[in-house]
Design a protein around this ligand. Structure first.
Ligand code: GRF
Length: 200
């Protein structure tokens, strides 16, 4: 099973996936990494692990159809079975979504549908959670559709919000929990897809 991972910045989730594939905790391999940010740590991490790494951005390929076609061709050339968005801040185009129907997943650092949607990423999510006085937040892995953070929820994990939490310390707690949750959930997705030919 070949996983293409998309990541825009730090890539710590990507690292967790690559480590899990390498150790055998997840029965798959990362076949390529795609980023819209040429300076992302994600691309650097991929290269360090000898995983093909690609930068695709509207700044380089201005025409949206051409950009999407270039990404789709790269996914196909690398024999992608499933796509995992791990901190990717761009939407995928409809051609990619229909080619990989039901095989595109995203991880989001909140209990969706709460604190999702346009503009809800990174520290913005955790700031909103702290400002709302929530006592718990969490992590969601879901299928990707044409809207931000909107597809079918596959799995969620709760994470407590402590009374003195700042958005930064909450973000760190969620991200630490995310790495294990991501690997566990990906393992279930891969096993189920191998068993049924798809995720049911
Ligand atoms: C994670 O919190 C993930 O849930 C969200 O983006 C963040 C990515 O972190 N979609 P990193 O770049 O993998 O460190």
């Amino acid at each position: 099973m070949n996983i293409a991972v998309f990541s825009s910045h730090e890539g710590s989730d990507l690292q967790a996936i690559m480590d899990a594939c390498r150790s055998g905790a997840v029965n798959a391999r990362v076949c390529c990494v795609i980023s819209n940010n040429r300076d992302s740590h994600a691309l650097e991490r991929a290269r360090k692990c000898a995983v093909p790494a690609y930068h695709f951005s509207a700044r380089v390929i201005e025409d949206p159809t051409e950009l999407e076609t270039a990404i789709l061709n790269t996914l196909i050339e690398n024999r992608t079975d499933i796509i995992f968005l791990a901190g990717y801040l761009k939407k995928l185009g409809s051609c990619i979504l229909s080619h990989f129907q039901d095989r595109v997943f995203n991880i989001h650092p909140s209990l969706l549908p709460k604190y999702g949607g346009k503009g809800m990423y990174g520290i913005h999510v955790h700031t909103a959670v702290v400002q709302a006085g929530e006592q718990e937040t969490g992590i969601t892995v879901h299928r990707v559709n044409a809207e931000y953070d909107d597809g079918q929820i596959i799995a969620q994990q709760r994470v407590p919000v402590l009374p003195d939490d700042t958005p930064e310390c909450l973000a760190a707690r969620v991200l630490t929990a995310e790495h294990k949750f991501l690997v566990d959930t990906l393992g279930v997705i891969i096993d189920e897809m191998k068993r049924h030919g798809r995720m049911v």
